[in-house]
Design a protein around this ligand. Sequence first.
Ligand code: 4AD
Length: 464
Amino acid sequence: MDRTKIADALGGESQGQEITIAGWVRTVRHSKGGFSFIALNDGSCFAQIQVVADNTLANYDSEILHLTAGCSVIASGKLVASEGKNQSVEIQSTEIRVIGKSDAEKYPIQPKRHSFEYLRTQGHLRSRTNTFGAVARVRNRICSAIHEFFQQRGFLYVHTPIITTSDCEGAGEQFNVTTLQMNDIPRNDDGGVDFSQDFFARPTYLTVSGQLEVEPYCCSLGDVYTFGPTFRAENSNTPRHLAEFWMVEPELAFADLQCDMDLAEAFLKHIFRAVLEDCREDMQFFNERIDKTVIETLTHVIESDFERVTYTKAIEILTQTDRKWEYPVEWGCDLQTEHERFLTEEVFNAPVILTDYPRGIKPFYMRCNDDKKTVAAMDVLVPKIGEIIGGSQREERLDVLLKRMEQCGMDISEYWWYIDLRKYGTIPHAGFGLGLERTVQFATGMANIRDVIPYPRTPRNAEF
Ligand code: 4AD
């Protein structure tokens, strides 16, 4: 069908022409003089287009007068300047075909404000609302900005596997992948699971990160990135955690932590600039209805130099303030969101890159610093969210890596291929992971991460 997208029609270029548009009715108003005003949305932009129908249309009495929110229609007519004050153009329709009716009383998305909690129960229809349409468009723009940024800089996009045998972060928060029948698990003589009968003949998991598999490509092809779904079986019921989320992970060849931090800062600025420039209408909506500071915050991030502070310095700051912490702070502890937010929102009033964390709280692959206590790690913290990026320089020295793996209690034979990279032409390299949903949250001001991914997966919830 030769249809004009509503975004293009509202752009005004086809004014005076006959066009055909298609979409879902948001609201309908019938006036006494035999006119109806239909607000139609097709997802191509935030705004609705007004379609004016009069009683000369053949199906006016039989169909148009019965249109309600949720019906799908195809409308043809002339795009003309509108006399109404809410829109610059409208369609004077000559034909409206009702494609799909919708039961007005039962339609779950009534033309009124619904709570986000309620809309989560309507995951298949919530993208028809203003908020979820806007989130989907901003999320899309962020994804295109991610590829744009790396492609412009000559990074190769590498697809890492979703099913893995390794545990990159070492946190044991993996989902098992198996075809064994739960009610009839084959056992070894010692009572353990007999994985030789499983599909892969060994334990396998959904990946928590593509990093370990992207590193070999970095150590052969140079700068690379992977971008895909990752899974964590952590029982975290917070507004910032999902069991399934998307992560983009660049890996820089012949690079140290400084290069990594520079890349992360330029990357975030590129993404937020793209959103502010290309999603103006959606961002205006978020700024008016969701978070009145969101545009100001994004602009501030783009214009700020990110503060670079060591973990040790951060602990000093956190222990010297009068603030009462829910989670007590001391050197060696992992920072909680309350600490991260305090640093970025109140102490520095800018994004903060915390570096050089204690070895004991970071995974095996991070490069050991000369002080023998810390690793070349970096986390980027932003207001309201806390950690949005986690990364590090990688341990490229064979002997140091092996010792670390041993200390971490890892089965070294499982990681023979990862260790090979350090045997054959090892290089300094570094990378990071940016959580896509936390980025969408930050860009839109949406309070709950469950509302920035189409179908959230969280503990006890995998509907749709
Ligand atoms: O800090 P993380 O665990 O880092 C890694 O996985 C590294 N392997 C990345 C790398 O160096 N290539 O996770 C990176 C980011 C976090 O900063 C956060 O934005 C996001 O992933 N993230 C989550 N987002 C939503 N729900 C969760 N459960 C998340 N866990 C991490």
